[in-house]
Design a protein around this ligand. Structure first.
Ligand SMILES: C[S@@+](CC[C@H](N)C(=O)[O-])C[C@H]1O[C@@H](n2cnc3c(N)ncnc32)[C@H](O)[C@@H]1O
Length: 243
């Protein structure tokens, strides 16, 4: 890994990024779900539905939902009868997820703290690996992608849902103005935390574009890598296959 990595628009030492990302998600955990609805006008629900349709979870499959946070992707996948492990580096996010699962009567999920860069799971264990709005927060992304490849069985599927860069020019300008000006203000208003939301927006800008990230997935050993842009690439679903 390089000497510095991006934390929003700042370049910081790798350890500092991990620590500060930890602070961000500890700070936002309690208000995370409310803020997702507020920031996206509820659209994150549609993106997550679409993502899970692409994953096609099946009964009897073992699926790792990495950076699973408060459980949105895991809850959707569990409906199809797959066995889901929700892993996240941040205990505060998992706590909120476990409370939500209990309220909804969803049981049988495994919740575990894990760093995507160094997983505790054995080789070739999972049928599918999902990561939604998580990878851009990981300090060493190539290490996380290699770990995803390691823990998947042969024939296993990798799916990533992440903000990217929309290729629709007019829309890009409007979105840029909205996200930089309004989202931190919304964060202040609804979660009393402007800085965390400024980081979340800046980290989207620093994330590699769709083709570059697709190449990184290939570099980790995946084949048949694909990208499906949503809203011109505002959000993207990347996938790959382990053979
Ligand atoms: C924006 S939230 C996404 C949560 C959930 N997947 C969703 O779509 O609502 C990003 C999550 O990534 C987690 N995260 C950040 N770095 C991580 C790492 N190195 N390993 C595992 N999880 C990480 C954070 O703790 C946080 O819960």
């Amino acid at each position: 890994m390089t000497d510095t990595v991006s934390f929003g628009y700042e370049d910081v030492a790798p350890g500092e990024k991990t620590r500060r990302v930890g602070d961000v998600f500890r700070n936002v955990a309690a208000r995370y779900d409310l803020m997702n609805d507020a920031m996206s006008g509820g659209m994150h629900r549609l993106w997550k539905d679409r993502f899970v349709r692409r994953v096609k979870p099946r009964e009897g499959e073992q699926i790792l939902d990495m950076a699973g946070g408060t459980g949105d992707i895991a809850f959707r996948m569990a409906r199809h009868g797959a066995a889901i492990t929700v892993a996240d580096i941040n205990g505060a996010m998992l706590e909120v997820g476990m409370e939500r699962a209990a309220k909804r009567g969803i049981d049988g999920l495994v919740w575990t703290e894990a760093n995507a860069e160094t997983l505790q799971f054995p080789d070739r264990f999972f049928d599918a690996y999902t990561i939604a709005f998580g990878i851009r927060n990981v300090t060493d992304i190539p290490a996380a992608l290699k770990e995803a490849h390691r823990v998947l069985k042969r024939g296993g599927r990798f799916y990533c849902l992440e903000f990217s860069t929309t290729l629709w020019p007019g829309f890009a300008d409007v979105y840029d103005a909205y996200s930089h000006r309004l989202v931190p203000k919304l964060g202040k208003l609804l979660a009393n935390d402007e800085d965390s939301y400024r980081y979340l927006i800046e980290s989207i800008r620093r994330f590699p574009d769709m083709e570059t990230f697709k190449g990184m997935i290939g570099d980790a050993g995946f084949t048949q890598t694909r990208v499906e842009p949503v809203l011109g690439g505002l959000v993207a679903i990347h996938s790959g296959w382990k053979i």
